[in-house]
Design a protein around this ligand. Structure first.
Ligand SMILES: [Mg+2]
Length: 390
């Protein structure tokens, strides 16, 4: 079997969902997905010349060829790694389909077939504790047992001091990474309201999107500890592992990070320095299934859990879920499209998520079939849909 072509389709979801199809001379194809980003489709095209004509079963060799052949384009991190990730997932799907086995089998088989996903809820409709609590309640009523909110969402204290007619009201300035007393009190009230509404057992993760200064986020973490968060995500800018170690040692809330890191070497220092308790590799961004498998094994040596970041369509999400099935230290997988009602209409096997879980089937590959009609209807104008202009 030989690879004859690689084609892409860009679906205009809440992000650009970049679907990647690897086609062979035997008519069999694999379907993957790459994380969104400028230049990713072009880089996938650029990778084509490196692996067309090759045997798709030699995945590791093909990864080596793409990483080396695109090294000048930046194959250590960034869009090049993301492009390779999308191709890698399509290759594994192809191999699994050729072997008539689920994707999870290729990564060691399953610890579980029910993959817990968490609903990323961002914030309430209004910046009030009541509104955040309502949003949490809706998700729990839909069956989710794990949810996440963004602590850095707009709040009554987010004001640029230079825009404020009365600068005495601007307790919180967005550029100096501080959390003033008023904002901390507000966030504490919001998280308290959510916890009270969902009860003690629902997992509640909190994301900071790299926003805060070290002392400020430590104080914030202490204020939030009584509400038993599942994790505090990306508390400070991602540039300094020492600073993250300081935060991690200063709170009993587990620290989660990793969605901006690429390949094994990108996670090495975080893991070896134990700068977090939970790693969040974005599989279709950071290098693909095999790379994430290696990160998970490395993290396990340090007693860390894995909670993959994910903003994909069902294709990338379910491919990630197969890896989540195959690693012992899996915690929970992100679902970022609660507000996209047609999210799983682009595949035939629906619903993809039921009661907050993805139940993996024994169908070959990731087990999903693209509903081409629906997918094409949502294709991004100006792109190509597997070779045909949209
Ligand atoms: Mg995040």
């Amino acid at each position: 079997m030989r690879i004859v072509d690689i084609k892409t389709a860009v679906i205009a979801g809440n992000f650009d969902w970049i679907l990647v199809r690897v086609e062979t001379d035997e008519g069999l194809s694999g379907l993957g997905e790459a994380y969104w980003g400028t230049g990713v489709v072009e880089l996938i095209d650029a990778a084509k010349r490196l692996i067309v004509g090759e045997n798709p079963f030699d995945v590791s060799k093909l990864l080596f060829k793409m990483q080396r052949g695109l090294s000048g384009a930046g194959a250590q991190a960034g869009a090049t790694v993301t492009a390779i990730s999308g191709i890698e997932i399509a290759l594994w799907d192809l191999v699994a389909r050729a072997l008539n086995t689920p994707l999870s089998t290729l990564f060691g088989g399953r610890f579980r077939s029910q993959i817990r996903v968490y609903a990323d809820l961002h914030a309430g409709e209004e910046p009030t504790p009541e509104s955040w609590a309502r949003r949490a309640k809706q998700a729990v009523e839909q069956g989710f047992t794990a949810i996440k909110f963004d602590l850095d969402a707009p709040n009554p204290y987010t004001r640029d001091i230079s825009d404020d007619a009365d600068p005495r009201r601007s307790w919180y300035e967005p550029y100096n990474r501080t959390v003033g007393s008023a904002e901390r009190r507000y966030l504490q009230q919001v998280v308290a309201a959510v916890r009270e509404t969902i009860g003690p057992d629902i997992m509640l993760a909190l994301d900071c999107h790299w926003k805060y200064a070290v002392p400020d986020v430590i104080q914030l973490a202490h204020a939030l500890e009584p509400y038993d968060p599942l994790w505090l995500e990306d508390p400070i800018p991602p540039d300094n592992v020492d600073a993250l170690v300081t935060v991690a040692r200063s709170t009993r809330i587990p620290i989660c990070t990793g969605e901006n890191h690429y390949r094994l070497q990108g996670f090495r220092e975080l893991i070896e320095r134990q700068a977090c308790s939970i790693v969040a590799p974005d599989i279709p961004k950071m290098g693909g299934l095999l790379e994430a498998r290696t990160v998970a094994a490395w993290a396990d040596l340090y007693g860390m859990l894995v909670a993959p970041h994910n903003v994909c369509s069902p294709i990338g999400t379910v491919a990630a879920a197969h890896l989540c099935a195959a690693i012992s230290n899996f915690l929970v997988l992100e679902f970022h499209a609660l507000d996209v009602p047609w999210w799983d209409e682009i595949v035939l096997e629906r619903p993809v998520i039921r009661n907050g879980f993805i139940t993996l089937s024994d169908a070959p590959g990731h087990g999903l079939t693209l509903n081409e009609e629906v997918a094409r209807a949502h294709a991004k104008p100006g792109t190509t849909f597997f070779g045909e202009p949209v």
